[in-house]
Design a protein around this ligand. Structure first.
Ligand code: ADP
Ligand code: MG
Length: 288
């Protein structure tokens, strides 16, 4: 395809300005000596471990001694009022924000506080931001192809024989995200919900171990919301997912463990019915 040299952004991210790309390439290449994908140490069945993470903005603690563990293959929902620190938590996990103190580990051995954003993405953590950022002037298929080629790991192993293996992977992803009938459509013509699925597909072709999804069903129709819940349930196990969401019908449908964040710490954790019955949780939501 003619776009191979255009340096697509990693999915979930705006196109990088010239220069930044090189930094990313170097970062990702540098990490190859530190970690090979598939090497995430899951010997204790924990894919993500945060301990006592604090992040201050001008003295205000957006995260305040946050401690959280996500099991390998888990589908975890994070809820909490606006300003609770949910997005800041994702910023810490992905290396966008450095914590003032605390530990953040991917598996047993990868210290996320010592890696930069590209290295963390390369290690297998994919992030979906709220706004879809697909390439509108490319087809659905091309979007997935570009996302796959932007992944160094894939480039090294699959790229040389892109054709059958990569195409199979794209075809499988198209089915997973319910867009197989739209493969040749321009992404700009998709519905809002379909664009969100495409962006999730652009993460999936890179086969992340851990997916972080910030308010993935905002703006979706009820039908799209429920299909997204089914999609996430189907991804759990093979991937681990951390989903920030306000839509309680969606959270209920996901059926996983729920963590309630409040003022930068964990207020409650358990199944949705249990946390919803928790007096402290009720007060936090009513007291808004
Ligand atoms: P949530 O996603 O749960 O709504 P955020 O993590 O976005 O909450 O924000 C937590 C708190 O930290 C909020 O009070 C927000 O205003 C503040 N905050 C987040 N990012 C910054 C920043 N870059 N500078 C200053 N304050 C910030
Ligand atoms: Mg947020």
């Amino acid at each position: 395809m003619s776009d191979i040299g255009m340096h697509p952004a990693r999915p979930g991210e705006q196109a990088l300005p010239p220069g930044t790309r090189q930094e990313w390439e170097e970062g990702a290449t540098g990490l190859a000596h530190v970690v090979t994908p598939g090497e995430v140490d899951l010997s204790h069945n924990v894919i993500l471990y945060l301990e006592d993470i604090t992040v201050s903005f001008d003295g205000f603690k957006a995260l305040n001694a946050l401690t959280l563990a996500i099991d390998a293959g888990e589908l975890r929902c994070i809820i909490g009022p606006n300003g609770a620190g949910k997005t800041t938590m994702m910023d810490v996990i992905t290396g966008k924000t450095r914590p003032d103190s605390g530990k953040a580990f991917f598996g047993q051995t990868l210290d996320l506080t010592r890696l930069n954003e590209p290295q963390i993405a390369h290690a297998g953590i994919g992030r979906k931001f709220q706004k879809p950022t697909v390439f509108e002037n490319h087809t659905v298929f091309e979007n997935l192809e570009l996302a796959m080629k932007a992944d160094k790991r894939v480039r090294r192993t699959l790229f040389a024989r892109l054709d059958s293996q990569a195409r199979d992977r794209i075809a499988e992803t198209l089915r997973t995200i319910h867009l197989d009938a739209q493969a040749d459509r321009l992404a700009g013509l998709l519905s809002h919900g379909q664009k969100q699925w495409l962006e999730i597909g652009m993460l999936l072709v890179q086969d992340p171990r851990l997916l972080l999804l910030d308010e993935p069903v905002a703006g979706m129709t009820d039908d799209e919301t429920m299909r997204t819940a089914e999609l996430f349930v189907s991804l759990a196990g093979k991937h681990s997912l951390v989903v920030v969401e306000h839509d309680m019908a969606f959270v209920e449908r996901l059926g996983g463990k729920v963590t309630v964040l409040h003022e930068g710490s964990v207020l409650a954790e358990g199944d949705l019915a249990t946390v919803q019955a928790d007096q402290r949780v009720i007060e936090v939501y009513l007291g808004r």
